[in-house]
Design a protein around this ligand. Sequence first.
Ligand SMILES: *[C@@H]1O[C@H](CO)[C@@H](O)[C@H](O)[C@H]1NC(C)=O
Ligand SMILES: *[C@@H]1O[C@H](CO)[C@@H](O)[C@H](O)[C@H]1NC(C)=O
Ligand SMILES: *[C@@H]1O[C@H](CO)[C@@H](O)[C@H](O)[C@H]1NC(C)=O
Length: 240
Amino acid sequence: MYFASSILLAALVGIAQAQTPSGFTPSVDTKLDVLFNSTAVNTPGQQLTKAVTASQPQIAISSSAIASNDTYMFVMLDLDVPPTEGNSTRRVLLHAMNTGFKATQQKIGGSAVLLASSEKGPATYLGPSPPATDTIAHRYVQLLFQQPSTLQVQASDFADTQARINFNINSFMQTNGVSAPIAGNFFTVDGRAGATASGTATASGGISRNTLQPFEGAAGRVDLSLGLAGLLGGLALVAV
Ligand SMILES: *[C@@H]1O[C@H](CO)[C@@H](O)[C@H](O)[C@H]1NC(C)=O
Ligand SMILES: *[C@@H]1O[C@H](CO)[C@@H](O)[C@H](O)[C@H]1NC(C)=O
Ligand SMILES: *[C@@H]1O[C@H](CO)[C@@H](O)[C@H](O)[C@H]1NC(C)=O
């Protein structure tokens, strides 16, 4: 009875739904708007393609959830990297850690404001690249944190994939005095050929190349109609 009435109560008061995957910590209820060109992650866990998610997304958040003068940090994790041989535990890969985000004047769909940063790291964005040989779609979690003024992170800390694999966000938060995330979201990408309607999965097998591209979000006003094409220039580096 208690259980049933709790559910009823939850329904009545509209208790917020976690934006992060079930069982993942830190969990967060406030939605981070994650926008890949014209494709937004509308519902947590929505499946997207490698092609759509290949370049750094733009991020936005309800203006009531942030302070106009504060600095924020964006983190993206793959929770489902296949285990090493003889081990059944999937691993976490840090796909992005980008510091220096500030609220812009640009509104997106009502009360959300676009956040932008002129910084590209310390961990530049790696596009999702789940293996074509995998058995599941991978979950990619995005988190927005308030960035402590004392934060000491450098690109050299995340120079190669070895430095990004088995990344532990909870340890990172504890070590660096980072508070609970302000907002989050997640999407999935399935690497298996034919797994997606738009057929962007490649059959190359194993770990394929990721594209690293700089994010130049602070370089003036962002025109969403142009999408990231108008924002991002530059060199594509090859990783993994
Ligand atoms: C934000 O920064 C501006 C410019 O430095 C300052 O005038 C304003 O008081 C600050 N607002 C808050 C809430 O700290
Ligand atoms: C299996 O992999 C996980 C994730 O990398 C690791 O934490 C764990 O120590 C590994 N277990 C063994 C027995 O190697
Ligand atoms: C999104 O924008 C990036 C950056 O210009 C571009 O490379 C990519 O092809 C675009 N993706 C889609 C699906 O249009």
